[in-house]
Structures are given as C-alpha cells and as structure tokens.
Write a protein that binds this ligand. Structure first.
Ligand code: NAD
Length: 260
C-alpha cells in the first residue's frame, strides 16, 4: 500500500481518468475526495470505491468557482484532518478552428483548465503549508502541453500553461516540501475523447476510423491508445515518490507520441 495514511483530492474524478486515479489511490490505502461538477456520478464512483473496501467521499465542485474549491478543500480537512495530494484533473475540450472560435468558448476551456488548476493550487498549498508535512500536486496536462494540433487552440494553450504553473509551484513549494508535476497523456478512450471523434471527423472531412488511425494515433510507436491504468500508474508513482528529485517535471505517457 503505497499511499497509506495519505489524503487525496482529485477534481473531475466522477469519470474517465480522474475516476481511474481515484480507484487506484484508494486501493493503495489513500482516503480519496472525488470532486466533480456531476455530484451523482461522483457519488457512484465513491460507492464503487467503498464497495471495494476503500475510503472516499464525493464533493460537488465546479473548479472555476473559487468558493466551491475552497469549500471542497475545507470539507476534506474537516473529514480527514489534512490534505497530502491534490490533482487538478477536471477538463473539457472544444473543437473549432481559430477563425471561428468564439471568445466565450475560449474562456470556458481556459477557465476549467487554468483557473481551475490555479484555484486548486492555492487552496491545497495553503493547507499543505499549514500542515508542514509536505505534499504533492499533480496537474493533468496532455501531449498537447508539448505540441499543438489544429482545432484545439484553447485546450493547447491551457495545457501549455499548466507547465508554467507546475514549475512555479515546484520552486515556491520546495521550502515546504511540496512537489508539483504534470502528467501528459496521449489519447485515452474516455467520454472526452469519444465526443471528439465525430466532431473531428466532421471538421476534417474524414471518417471516424480515419480520425482515430490517421490523426489521434498517427504518431504513436504502435498505433495504440494509452489506457486509464497507464495514467493511474503514473499518478501513483508521482504521488508516492519520496523526494524532491521528482518535482517540476512533466511525464509524457503516450505510446511514444512526442518524445522529449
Ligand atoms: P472526461 O470527460 O471523461 O472527465 C472529465 C471530468 O471532469 C468529468 O467527470 C466532468 O464532469 C468533470 N468536469 C468538467 N468540468 C468541470 C468543472 N468545471 N468542475 C469540476 N469538474 C468538471 O475526461 P478525461 O478524458 O477523463 O479527462 C480528464 C483530464 O485528462 C482532462 O484534464 C483532460 O484534458 C486530460 N487528458 C485527457 C486525455 C484523453 O485522451 N482522454 C488526454 C490527455 C489529457
């Protein structure tokens, strides 16, 4: 059990990658707060974790709302007495070329990824600094933290921005033994990706099969999707790592799509 006695808050954990990490962390002994816009889905995730013998609570949280993020961290601390790991994972996508992208859609995507990560960072750091026992922040970046694809401008810009936020947290947090790292997954079959396939097919005038083969997985070494388990494994490694040898870094897990 690599996370015994650790408390973790994971945003966007009602489904997809966040849920996979929540389940994995709980199996490793962590107490997990499953925070999401969708409270019913978060409760279902918590139910599954408890059924498997783990400890979890569900939190209704819009990561773009400062009061909701502050209240979520406070609820975790009230319930379990502290916070050791925070993962800014909530995310959305919007497919459109820049010349027709509206300012409202740009702002919506940026807000969930960057404002959300900032708010989680501030609330988590204040708690971790008070506790004086260190901590680990993890940001869910993307291969799109490293390179661009057409039709995804706000997502690409936000995911690049997370690298800067993470590196700053690594520098400021070091004195308090708080580490910060970014996970950069390749394409993982989640609802977020499933929604994009028909949207990209239409925007690019391709079949859905061609989008998967010739766009999404084109630059992998083996034409394979990254899995939920792959990303949960990386998230476990980053959270459990014992020293600040691993801070300010970004780990690309993508079947070789973008090699740094
Ligand atoms: P998903 O759509 O399956 O899950 C995202 C979750 O975030 C949902 O439960 C949703 O309700 C929640 N959410 C959305 N807006 C929110 C908000 N304002 N406040 C709180 N919760 C909110 O997506 P996923 O694929 O699991 O993505 C999770 C993260 O991984 C995202 O940051 C995404 O950009 C990143 N990512 C995904 C992939 C992929 O291929 N799936 C690749 C690279 C990075």
């Amino acid at each position: 059990m690599q996370l015994n006695d650790k408390t973790a808050l994971i945003t966007g954990a009602a489904g997809g990658i966040g849920r996979a990490i929540a389940e994995r962390y709980a199996r490793e002994g962590a107490r997990v707060a499953v925070a999401d816009l969708d409270l019913a889905a978060a409760e279902a995730t918590v139910e599954g974790i408890r059924h498997a013998g783990g400890q979890a609570i569900a939190l209704a949280m819009d990561v773009t709302e400062e009061a909701a993020v502050e209240a979520g961290v406070a609820a975790v601390v009230e319930r379990w007495g502290g916070l050791d790991i925070a993962i800014a994972n909530a995310g959305i996508q919007h497919i459109a070329p820049l010349h027709s992208l509206t300012f409202a859609d740009w702002r919506r995507v940026m807000a969930v990824h960057l404002d959300g990560a900032f708010l989680v960072t501030g609330a988590a750091l204040r708690q971790m600094y008070r506790q004086e026992k260190g901590g680990s922040l993890i940001y869910m970046g993307s291969v799109h933290s490293k390179l661009a694809s057409p039709l995804k401008a706000p997502y690409v810009a936000a995911k690049h921005g997370l690298l800067g936020l993470c590196r700053t947290v690594a520098k400021e947090g070091a004195a308090h033994r708080v580490r910060a790292n970014v996970i950069c997954p390749g394409f993982v079959r989640t609802p977020l990706v499933d929604r994009q396939i028909p949207e990209q097919a239409e925007a690019l005038g391709m079949t859905e099969e061609a989008v998967v083969r010739d766009v999404m997985l084109k630059d992998t070494v083996d034409g394979e999707f990254t899995t939920l388990d792959d990303i949960a494994e990386v998230a476990l490694h980053l959270a459990a790592f014992p020293t600040a040898a691993l801070t300010g870094q970004s780990v690309v897990a993508s079947h070789g799509w973008f090699m740094q």
